[in-house]
Ligand binder design. Structure first.
Ligand SMILES: NC(=O)c1ccc[n+]([C@@H]2O[C@H](COP(=O)([O-])OP(=O)(O)OC[C@H]3O[C@@H](n4cnc5c(N)ncnc54)[C@H](O)[C@@H]3O)[C@@H](O)[C@H]2O)c1
Length: 346
């Protein structure tokens, strides 16, 4: 007989809402708990989900011995480390939204505690669960385009999202957006490792009121000589809430792979609002009985990993390497020169 698990979700906004929804409908989950500081949101979810308990104090979930698994989707991002550390120290499996931490030392500590306590610990790199992105891995694994020579990913999201993200944290577009692409490309290209990174930012919009750049380019050389270039920006006109637009090119010695993830394939045109692009967010929204994007599937994968004792797809050590790389990219911006990897951790 399959053992059910009891899950607590901390922070149930945009992403945590999707996670809690997935837990609510997954038969592997027995009891579902949430911790949320926004009372309106708590009441909304109390109506929608079957909750064992809803609290505004996340420590209540950590101290509850019935809960074996915690999903952390709170913001700002500097809440992640204390929440994840307490959960892991209390013997709970942890799903943590990216970024894994704010310093390399914190990331290392979380990984150490998860290993010591024999717990599942993973990071929310949702795009690995997007079939188009998994197809890149399949193409490379099956040698369909020969030896990869260079990859380009250009990702842009709306200024509405850019303002939300940059309003709560000083983290760069590399840390908050390109992080998804650094992760998925390093995953697809394993066992190659980064040896050099150069990055430049530009800003003419957000920079009027803050130090936040509008866009960041990151160019990475891997240890077999191939290059990857990732662009991440967050000032697209509003258009549709949480719209994201991504273009991917992988060029190999025997072929190429182009992926259009610009989310223009569903176009709603109304007299009142003009053209809109539903189902265009990165995590993906609920659509009737189904979900448009990867986050629902990703959450189910984690629940499977815990309940059925299977490995997690995103290993925390991989997230630590991604973090090392985007920190190096930010350092390159600061110094105006390429940074060699691996580098001394700080
Ligand atoms: N994987 C992806 O595609 C993806 C996409 C967007 C965001 N994210 C990540 O997910 C996380 C959440 O982002 P979001 O856009 O859902 O944010 P959000 O602001 O919509 O939701 C965060 C929620 O946490 C709650 N909260 C804040 N402090 C809390 C606390 N101390 N205890 C309990 N609840 C608390 C807030 O009230 C809010 O409801 C971030 O780390 C972000 O980087 C991932």
């Amino acid at each position: 007989m399959i053992k059910q698990i009891n899950v607590g979700v901390i922070g149930t906004g945009w992403c945590g809402g999707i996670r809690a929804n997935a837990c609510n409908s997954n038969p592997l989950v027995d009891k579902l708990y949430i911790a949320e500081t926004n009372e309106t949101r708590i009441n909304e979810l109390k109506d929608k989900l079957q909750l064992e308990e809803a609290t505004n104090d996340w420590k209540t979930l950590i101290n509850n011995p019935e809960i074996d698994t915690i999903i952390i989707s709170a913001t700002p991002e500097d809440t992640h480390y204390p929440m994840a550390l307490s959960a892991l120290q209390s013997g709970k499996n942890v799903f943590l939204e990216k970024p894994i931490a704010t310093t390399m030392a914190e990331a290392e500590e979380l990984i150490e505690v998860s290993i010591k306590n024999n717990l599942k610990f993973t990071i929310g790199y949702s795009q690995r669960f997007n079939a188009k992105y998994a197809y890149v891995k399949k193409t490379i694994d099956e040698n369909l385009i020969g030896e990869p020579v260079t990859c380009l990913v250009s990702r842009n999201i709306t200024r509405e999202l850019g303002a939300k993200i940059s309003g709560r944290t000083a983290l760069s577009p590399a840390a908050m957006e390109a992080t998804h692409d650094l992760d998925f490309l390093l995953w697809c290209l394993q066992p190659r490792k980064p040896v050099k990174v150069y990055s430049q930012t530009s800003g003419k919009l957000f920079s009027k009121n803050s130090n936040t750049p509008d866009h960041q380019w990151i160019m990475v050389t891997l240890d077999d000589g191939m290059t990857i270039t990732i662009g991440a920006g967050w000032i697209l006109p509003l258009g549709y809430p949480n719209f994201s637009n991504t273009w991917i090119e992988i060029i190999g010695t025997e072929g190429s792979l182009f992926i259009d993830d610009t989310h223009k394939d569903v176009q709603l045109n109304t007299v009142n609002k003009g053209i809109q692009y539903p189902m265009s967010s990165m995590p993906g929204e609920p659509v009737e009985h189904t979900y448009a994007g990867p986050m629902h599937e990703e959450t189910n994968h984690f629940l499977d990993a815990v309940a059925l004792n299977k490995p997690v797809l995103v290993k925390p050590e991989e997230a630590k390497l991604v973090m090392d790389l985007y920190l190096a990219a930010d350092l390159s911006v600061e110094k105006g020169e390429p940074i060699t990897m691996p580098r001394n951790k700080s």
